[in-house]
Ligand binder design. Structure first.
Ligand SMILES: Cc1cc2nc3c(=O)[nH]c(=O)nc-3n(C[C@H](O)[C@H](O)[C@H](O)COP(=O)(O)O)c2cc1C
Length: 346
């Protein structure tokens, strides 16, 4: 089904409104308490020494925390993205932009990102496209999107449940792995693969070894639920009911990180999906995640003000620093190497 520009903007705006509602969050099914970090009563370090900086290829960041891909292509999105890009620049953290799908067929759509790039030249932006788009697009066209954004990486999202529950969705994923492998060979920046909150199976984590991706963001269940969002958007009773049936679909971020520890991976692991505070971030780091992303919490702050975004960044950093300090870890690498976590019995 071909979508016109008005429909596209309406859909993106509905996504933002619904993503901000509590009813589209699946926090009740996230299981952060199942994994606990050990408290260290003799940390033998000074809180001031705890260093949160991280790196991604040649880029240095102030934190392993990043802004997960969100919106693009409509007026409200421009303000949100400008605030997020300002934070990315001021704090030197990675930011995934929303899907650049519109730019594939509409050259004017790239103006939004050109403006942001001009205003925030030092922001660390990562491009974004869906797996279904890379299956049907030439790699030169995708490279054009990376170049227009001056992206430091390209994120490819796969979202079968969302596509099938979305009235305008394109649920045809044939040839996905193959297309990903081809893309990784041709594109000039590292490729990161993510879901949108339903996670990956262990078999898929293994298959991704053969594609050449630089990182897999496990994007598990526990936060924003895209089945619920599409179900609420839909006026169609069948779609609506089906989205409720799949209310608890997917694997949590922690479950996948646990699997990952047993997979011999050729790529780095990133984590996101339901991450809501600095302690969640610390748990992901201790399970070997290199970068940890949040989407909805940044969105909630970005619709308020730049100050609200900065407050959120400060809170997340402070909480992460406390978790490192109270486990006797001087930096994120030390937290993951020292294996200071423990799974709780069910
Ligand atoms: C308003 C909104 C728009 C989103 N758009 C995209 C997108 O264009 N591309 C993408 O890969 N993920 C998109 N996502 C998914 C997020 O990157 C993330 O995977 C998901 O929301 C789970 O993270 P959370 O629980 O921290 O919100 C979007 C999320 C939100 C809240």
């Amino acid at each position: 089904m071909k979508e016109d520009a008005g429909q596209f903007e309406k859909r993106k705006q509905e996504h933002i409104t619904l993503a901000l509602e509590e009813s589209t969050q699946s926090v009740s099914s996230s299981n952060w308490d199942q994994y606990q970090l050990h408290h260290e009563a003799f940390p033998e370090i000074n809180f001031k020494e705890v260093d949160l900086s991280a790196s991604f290829f040649s880029y240095k960041t102030s934190s392993p925390i990043f802004i997960s891909s969100m919106t693009a292509g409509h007026q409200q999105g421009e303000i949100i993205n400008a605030r997020l890009a300002a934070l990315s620049q001021n704090k030197q953290i990675l930011m995934g932009v929303g899907s650049q799908r519109k730019e594939l067929h509409d050259a004017e759509a790239s103006n939004e990102w050109k403006k942001i790039r001009k205003n925030y030249p030092k922001s660390l932006l990562m491009g974004n496209l869906g797996l279904t788009q890379i299956i049907s697009s030439a790699s030169d066209d995708i490279q054009r999107l990376v170049d227009s954004l001056e992206a430091v990486a390209l994120i490819i999202h796969t979202n079968p449940l969302q596509e099938v529950l979305q009235l305008e969705g394109t649920p045809d994923f044939r040839g996905g792995l193959n297309a990903l492998e081809k893309l990784c060979k041709k594109i000039s920046v590292p490729v990161v693969v993510k879901e949108v909150g339903f996670g990956f199976s262990r078999q898929t984590l293994e298959k991704l070894n053969e594609t050449g991706v630089a990182a897999v963001d496990v994007s598990g269940k526990g936060g924003t639920h895209w089945g619920r969002i599409e179900g609420l958007r839909s006026q169609n009773q069948v779609m609506n009911q089906a989205s409720l049936t799949f209310n608890n679909w997917g694997r949590t971020t922690l479950e996948i990180l646990k699997d990952f520890s047993e997979v011999k991976a050729s790529y780095s692991v990133w984590a996101s999906g339901g991450v809501r505070n600095g302690l969640d971030v610390a748990k992901c780091l201790s399970l070997n995640a290199q970068m940890v992303g949040l989407a909805q919490p940044w969105l909630k702050a970005a619709v308020v003000s730049e100050e609200a975004l900065e407050d959120l960044y400060n809170r997340l950093q402070f909480e992460l620093k406390i978790a490192l300090f109270c486990t006797g870890s001087v930096n994120p690498q030390s937290l993951s190497l020292r294996k200071v976590g423990q799974w709780q019995k069910a």
